[in-house]
Every structure is written in C-alpha cells, then in structure tokens.
Design a protein around this ligand. Structure first.
Ligand code: NAG
Ligand code: NAG
Ligand code: NAG
Ligand code: NAG
Ligand code: NAG
Ligand code: NAG
Ligand code: NAG
Ligand code: NAG
Length: 456
C-alpha cells in the first residue's frame, strides 16, 4: 500500500516537472517563430545550427527563451550557408518582432552595412548588444540612445565612422561601452559624464579630437578608461583624479600637453598608467606616486618630461614595468642595492636562456676555483702547523704574508660610488641591451655593465 502510494507520488512529481519544463521551453508565439524563420533566411544560417522543423527554444543553437518567448540570440561563431555567404548584409529586420529580446550577440559574424536606426526604437528590451568584428560601417544612429535598458554595448573592430552621438549619454545603466578600433571622429560627448554606472569605457584606436571631457571624472564606478591612439589634445583634466576606483588608465598615443596633474594622486586603485607618446612636459609631481601604491605598470615614454624621477616612483612596492624612455629626465637613479626596479628591456627568450647558461657556467667555474683555492689555503695551513709543531728553529706565528692569498676580491664593488647617473647606467649597459641582461628578477631586471675605466 505504502509503496504504491510512493510510486504514484513520484510519477505525479515527474509529470509536474515535465509540464513546467515544457511550458518554459517551447516557443509559443507564432509571430516570434515567423521572425526567427525570417532571420534564419535573411542571414543564411545553416540547418545544422537552426534546424527548421524543431522547436527553436529547445533545439536551435544560441537561442535562449523565457516563458515561451525568445530572450537571447547568440550567432557568434556561426557560418553561413553558401547562398547566405555569397551576399551577406545587415538584414536583421525581423528582430523587431522579438519584443522580449535582451541579448543579441553576433560578434565575428559578418554583417556589412550600417546599424539600422530602428534598432534604438525597436529593441527596447535589449540589455546586451555585441556586434564587434562584424564589418559594420557607417555612422552610429542617434536612436541607440533610446536603448535605455542597455548594460553592455560592444561595437569594436568595425568600420564605424562619423561622430559619437551625444544621445549615448542617456544609457544610464550602461556598464561597458566599447567603441574601440573604428574610424570615429569628432569629440568625446560631454554627456558621457552622465553614464554613472559605467565601469569600462574604451574609445581607443579611433580619430577622436578635442579634449578629454572633465566630466568623465564624475563616473565614480569607472574601472578602466582607454583613450589610447586618438588625436586628443589639451591637458589631462585634473578631475580625472576623482576616479577613485580606476584600475587602468590609458591615454597613450595622443597629442596631450601640459604637465601631469598632481590630482591624479586620487587614483588609489590604479594598477596600469600608460600615458606615453604625447606632448606632456614638466616635472613629475613628487606627491603623485607616493599615494598610488598599487601601480604595476607605468609607461611615460615619448613625452617631454624633465627633472628627476621621483624617489616615490622608483620605490613603488608592486612596480613591474617602468618605461621612461624618450624623455628629458635628468639626475641619478639609486643603485641595484636598493629595491629600485630598472626599466625593462624587450619582453627575446632564446637569447636570455643562452645568457642564463653562460652565467651558470661561469658562476659554476668561479665557485670551483674558489673552492680549490680555499682547500689549498686550508691544506697549507695544516701543513704549516704540522711543520711548526715538528720544526725546531721556527718559533712564533707564521707571518701573514707567507700564506698564499686569494686573488684580490673577485667582486670589486667596494671602490664604487653608491649611485650612478641614469646616463651612466644607460651607457654602461649599452642602453639595457639584452646582451647585458644577467637576470630578470621579481622587482626588475639585473644588467651587467662596464664603466668608463672598463671595470665591470
Ligand atoms: C505561452 O506560455 C506562457 C507561459 O508559459 C503562457 O502564459 C502563455 O499564455 C502562452 N501563450 C500562448 C499563445 O500559448
Ligand atoms: C555563442 O555561440 C558560440 C557558438 O555556438 C559559442 O561557442 C559561445 O560559447 C556562445 N557564447 C555565449 C556567450 O553564449
Ligand atoms: C512583425 O510581425 C508582424 C505581424 O506578425 C508582421 O506584419 C511584420 O511584417 C513583422 N515585421 C518584420 C520586420 O518582420
Ligand atoms: C559574444 O560571444 C562571444 C563568442 O562566444 C563571446 O566571447 C563574448 O563574450 C560574447 N559577448 C557577450 C557580451 O556576452
Ligand atoms: C528616443 O529618445 C529621444 C530623446 O533622445 C526622444 O525624444 C524620443 O521620443 C525617443 N524615441 C522613442 C521612439 O522612444
Ligand atoms: C550597474 O552595473 C552593474 C554591473 O556592472 C549592474 O549589476 C547594476 O545593476 C547596474 N546598476 C544600475 C542602477 O543600472
Ligand atoms: C573632483 O575633482 C575636482 C578637482 O580636482 C575637485 O575640486 C572636486 O571636488 C572633485 N569632486 C568630487 C566629487 O570629488
Ligand atoms: C632637454 O633639456 C635640455 C637641457 O635642460 C634642453 O636644452 C632641451 O631643450 C630639452 N629638450 C627637450 C626636447 O625639451
């Protein structure tokens, strides 16, 4: 009796689970089914990915559904049919009938043409739009600013041209905005200051002009700001120092001028600072680097900085890469004895290994030579003692000069000054040439060098 009851209960539960699963997984909207079939033919998708006779929610690759409606489409990595591939275009009109679509990912799928302006009005539920590397061209439509639920917008690696619509500043929920590696011109919209939930802004490798909007300093949640390789001018706004959560700052390869603002000391979480290849000048403010304790990578190369390298910069606890080349710095750098990391030489392995072997070999030989000499000394001492004990005429201690001395200190560092100038270091190590690299250490590389007199 009890067993039969249990079995019945189990069957009932299984049936319930089956029903609820079925309710959630079958596409139950006719217009959405038609829309998907339209999309399938306009993009030329293959039946191996989207088999025409089976249920899209269950059997089609890259389709996500909720309550019988399509919420996500991922055609990234798909291949088109021969017919579809012969004349690819940005024909996704039927998406407009997928009213619950939250996620559309076509990265790497060729969609030549421009973003249709109905996108902004027709895809009101969209949260993630990924169209990177899709061969898109043309301008960004203003209507993108109406996708107010958008959380991530990836449009990098395309041929997008024209200016960035200031309407994008309406996307208040946006956390990732990536427009990098396109042909965008004009200025960075000042409305970007309103993107209060942004954590990553990447506008790198475009043709943007004008200055960096000071309002970007308002985006408290910003972790990564990449404006690398544009034509941005004027000075670095002091307001950027308000970005207390920023981890990466890349302003390299622009036409920025003026000095490095001491206000950047507010970037307490900064790990990478890349501001090379600009027209920045003046002294590096001393108070700046002492508060940027997390810095690991600092690239200042290709500017017009002068004065001395601040001690605080050289003694940053986590610094791995420091590139100060092609500037007008003067002064001295403390020697290897301090923890100061040295500018890294370029990232070649075979050569390095060769040098390790040489160092190992000579190090080993040197060790053996010293060992043999020590043994000789000890043996001589023993011999002398025995001789003294045995000898009759020889009284008193053996004169020091009699014992064979080791060659004068093999490491002749004692005669050197405590510090070298940067120029001296450069010169003595042939500009930190690989051939002089002894060891890549935890906090910097160790180089062999020869001073003017020829001493190592
Ligand atoms: C589709 O499924 C949902 C929930 O699963 C249900 O509420 C809705 O009535 C169904 N619509 C149609 C047309 O069957
Ligand atoms: C998108 O689809 C491709 C190909 O089916 C798959 O490899 C990838 O993991 C999917 N990506 C996501 C984010 O679902
Ligand atoms: C959207 O659906 C409606 C009715 O189902 C249809 O008339 C219209 O042509 C569809 N639009 C597109 C772009 O497919
Ligand atoms: C889109 O799909 C690609 C390939 O699977 C994936 O690497 C990428 O992260 C996806 N984009 C988003 C925003 O999920
Ligand atoms: C799109 O946004 C603009 C404001 O930028 C607004 O005037 C317009 O009515 C919106 N259009 C739609 C269809 O929501
Ligand atoms: C802000 O972005 C995060 C993701 O970075 C997201 O989880 C959160 O919901 C967003 N908040 C708002 C108010 O949009
Ligand atoms: C932002 O930076 C400016 C200049 O450094 C400063 O005057 C202002 O108080 C800062 N704002 C906030 C909210 O921290
Ligand atoms: C570098 O400094 C020297 C001496 O201070 C000065 O004569 C020279 O013009 C400077 N060069 C640049 C490019 O600023």
């Amino acid at each position: 009796m009890v067993d039969a009851g249990r079995v019945l209960l189990l069957v009932l539960i299984l049936l319930l689970i089956h029903c609820s699963l079925a309710q959630h997984s079958f596409l139950n909207s006719t217009s959405e089914r038609i829309a998907l079939l339209d999309l399938r033919s306009s993009l030329g998708l293959r039946s191996s990915d989207w088999p025409i006779k089976s249920d899209p929610c269950n059997n089609w690759n890259g389709i996500q559904c909720k309550n019988g409606r399509v919420t996500g489409i991922n055609i990234s990595g798909f291949k088109r049919t021969h017919i579809g591939g012969s004349n690819p275009s940005f024909s996704v009109d039927s998406l407009v009938n997928l009213t619950f679509l939250e996620y559309f990912n076509a990265s790497g799928f060729s969609l030549p043409g421009s973003i249709p302006s109905w996108f902004g009005y027709g895809l009101g539920s969209l949260q993630v739009l990924d169209l990177r590397s899709t061969s898109m061209s043309g301008p960004l439509p203003d209507s993108l600013g109406n996708l107010t639920r958008l959380d991530a917008l990836h449009l990098s690696d395309n041929n997008l041209a024209g200016s960035i619509p200031s309407a994008l500043g309406q996307l208040m929920q946006l956390s990732v905005l990536d427009l990098s590696r396109n042909f965008l011109t004009g200025q960075i919209p000042t409305t970007f200051a309103l993107l209060s939930n942004l954590s990553r802004l990447d506008l790198s490798s475009n043709y943007l002009t004008g200055s960096i909007p000071p309002g970007l300093g308002n985006i408290d949640s910003l972790k990564s700001l990449n404006l690398y390789d544009n034509n941005l001018a004027a000075s670095i706004p002091v307001e950027l120092g308000n970005l207390s959560h920023l981890v990466e700052l890349n302003l390299a390869k622009n036409s920025l001028s003026g000095s490095l603002p001491v206000e950047l000391a507010g970037l307490k979480d900064l790990v990478r600072m890349e501001i090379g290849d600009n027209g920045l000048e003046g002294w590096l403010p001393d108070g700046l680097f002492s508060s940027l304790k997390k810095l690991q990578v600092v690239v200042l190369s290709g500017n017009k900085f002068d004065g001395a390298l601040p001690e605080a910069l050289l003694s940053l606890p986590s610094l791995r890469v420091l590139d100060v080349s092609y500037n007008n710095f003067t002064g001295v750098i403390s020697t290897f004895s301090s923890n100061a990391p040295l500018p890294e030489a370029a990232l070649k392995k075979r050569r390095k290994r060769w040098i390790y072997i040489l160092v190992g070999l000579f190090g080993g030989l040197g060790f053996i030579v010293i060992l043999v000499l020590v043994m000789i000394v000890v043996l001589r001492r023993c011999h002398d003692t025995i001789a003294n004990q045995k000898g009759s005429a020889n009284v008193g201690p053996v004169p020091e000069g009699d014992s064979p001395s080791l060659p004068k200190d093999p490491v002749i560092l004692s005669g050197f000054r405590d510090s070298f100038t940067y120029e001296q270091l450069l010169c003595s190590t042939s500009e930190f040439d690989d051939a002089n690299l002894i060891k890549s250490g935890h906090s910097g590389d160790l180089f062999r060098g020869f001073l003017d007199g020829g001493s190592p």
